[in-house]
Design a protein around this ligand. Sequence first.
Ligand code: ADP
Ligand code: MG
Length: 349
Amino acid sequence: MAEERSKSNELAEIGEFGLIKRITARATIKNESTLKGVGDDCAVLSYPGKKVVVTTDLLTEGVHFNLIYVPLKHLGYKAVSVNISDICAMNALPRQITVSIALSSKFTVDAIDDLYAGIHLACEHYGVDLIGGDTTSSLTGLTISVTAIGEADASELVYRSGAKPTDLLCVTGDLGGAYLGLQLLERENELFRLNPTVQPQLTGYDYILARQLKPEARVDMRDIFSTLDLKPTSMIDISDGLSSEILHLCEDSGVGCRLYEERLIFDPQVKKMAEEIHINPLVAALNGGEDYELLFTIPITEHEKVRNHPDITVIGHMTRKEEGSMLVTSGGLQEIPLTAQGWNPLKGN
Ligand code: ADP
Ligand code: MG
C-alpha cells in the first residue's frame, strides 16, 4: 500500500482492530446497491426488483497455494477473481465482496498490506465494493475466504441445467495455461530447492505464468452476450478442468455431448511447456483446471452469432443422454468417454 509502512511490522503490535482499520481504509463504495459497507455489525445492500447471486470460496495455504512462489499481492487478486468468475458463470454482474482471513504470527503487517493491495486492485478492476469480512488468528498458515455478491434480472440468469440435445458447446479464450504455469513454477521451485544458486528460468513464459498467478474472470462476456443478443442455455466457469465442467453441464441438463479435440485451440506457450514436460496440451485443458474461462451452450440456430467471434470457440455439441459424453479425437478416429479427473493442481499431486 502507498501509505507509510508500519513502524514495528508486527501484527501483535497493531492488534486486530488496528489491522482491520488498516486493510479496510481503502474500501471505498462504488455501487448504489451498497447502502453500508465496512464498519457496522452487518453490511447493508439494496437490490430492488433484482435477483441476487452469492458465492464463496475458501483457500488454504499449503493446499490451494504455495507462498514460496505465489506473491501475496497476486494471491489477493486471485482470491477475488475466482469468486467473480462464479458470478460471471451465472451471467450476473458482480457488486460486492467480503474477505475473511486467518493469520499466523509469521505474517508481518507489510505482508498483509501486500495481500490487500491485490484485493483492492481486484475490487477496482471488477468494480466491486469490499463490504466486510472477518479477521482471526491461525496456528499454521494463511486461510482466505472470499464471498462475492452479484445481481441480475431473473430473465438474465443462466444455470447449469438448461442445455438441450443439439445445442452447441462453446468456450471462451484458451485452456491449459494455468496448469502449465503451475508446472513451470513447481519445476523451477524444485530446481531452486536442490540448488539455491540456480536462478529460476521463467522468461518466455509470461502468458502461462499470468494465467496461473493472476487469472482474470470473464466479466466481459455478459456484455458480449448482450451485444450478440445471445443467451446461453447453460453455463459454468472452468475452475477444475474442461472434462469435469462439461460433465457437470451434461449431468445437470440431462444430456450427453461430443467434444472435438481438433476444435480446441492452444497458446504457443501452452504447447511449448506441454512439450517440455512430455504431455499432450489436451490433457492440460481437460484435467488441468484454474483457467477461469466460461463454458456454455447455445441453440444451434445461433451458430452464426459465434462462428467468427474472437472470444468464443465452438468445441462440440450436446446430444441425447443415451449417447454418452465423449471426446472425439482428431480426425474423428476415436470416441473416448470423458472422465472427471477433478485433478486439483493445488493439492500437489
Ligand atoms: P464484529 O465483531 O461485529 O464481527 P469486526 O470487529 O470483526 O466486527 O469487524 C469490524 C468491521 O470490519 C466489520 O464491518 C467487518 O465486516 C470488517 N472486517 C473485519 N475483518 C475484515 C477483513 N479481513 N476484510 C474486510 N473487512 C473486514
Ligand atoms: Mg468479527
